[in-house]
Design a protein around this ligand. Sequence first.
Ligand code: MBD
Ligand code: FE
Length: 267
Amino acid sequence: MQANERLAGIFADLISSIGEVVKRNRVTPAEYREAIGFLEETATSGELPLLCDVFLGVAVDEANHPADGGTESNLEGPFYAAGAPRLERPYTLPQREDEPGEVLVLSGSVRSTDGTPITGALFDVWQGDAAGLYSNFMPGPPEWNLRGRFTSDDRGGFEVRTVIPAPYEIPKAGPTGRLLAALGRHAFRPAHIHVKLSHPDHESLTTQLYFEGDSYLGSDVVDAVKDSLVVRLLPGEGGQGMEAVYDFVLPPSAAKKTARPKEAVAG
Ligand code: MBD
Ligand code: FE
């Protein structure tokens, strides 16, 4: 039988780590059964991705993103949906006619690590609404609400109109919320906007933006906040809504770097 060496190594490490925890804490058979029941209920309720992202998502992000000179990454979270609508300029995230919440215009630039503007970088943006609800995953908002894809312009700039999301609270009634309550922890994430940014010649980025002054910046239930990802909200031009600016940096892709000498010879 052909073993999957990668899987076998990680699994052995995982099981011995959990075994140590069981022995150190003298976990009883009843507690062990209760833990299994909890996992079973979490899976049945559809909260397994949520539970895993709350407790392990940050570790996976940290394990995969060395400082590379680009914008810092952040975990994807459980509410990404591939295939969001492609938007036309001027960009506005799809929203209800009476979308609740304060208007936010997010703008800025996309550059390479050497400062060169990146044209045609593809943004894939998603966020919760002003009640903290994500479309496509929760009842309430219409499909694709506050989700959209758009590109940076010929000077590497971008501007998109949306609304300021509310801090997200993990539902109290579900297994994840009950676990957090039993741990004596609140269930809030600070308000955030998710961004995936990609370009064929550059490393792709998955990150989140947060807002200065948010009361949960220092106590994110997921502990994902990085200082470099916090934007300042300023009153919008003409006294309407708010504005925030963020400049993204993408390193050239590793493949591109190694291909360059050949290109130079050919060119
Ligand atoms: C979220 O909205 C989120 O972004 C993460 C990482 C975990 C739970 C809910
Ligand atoms: Fe989120």
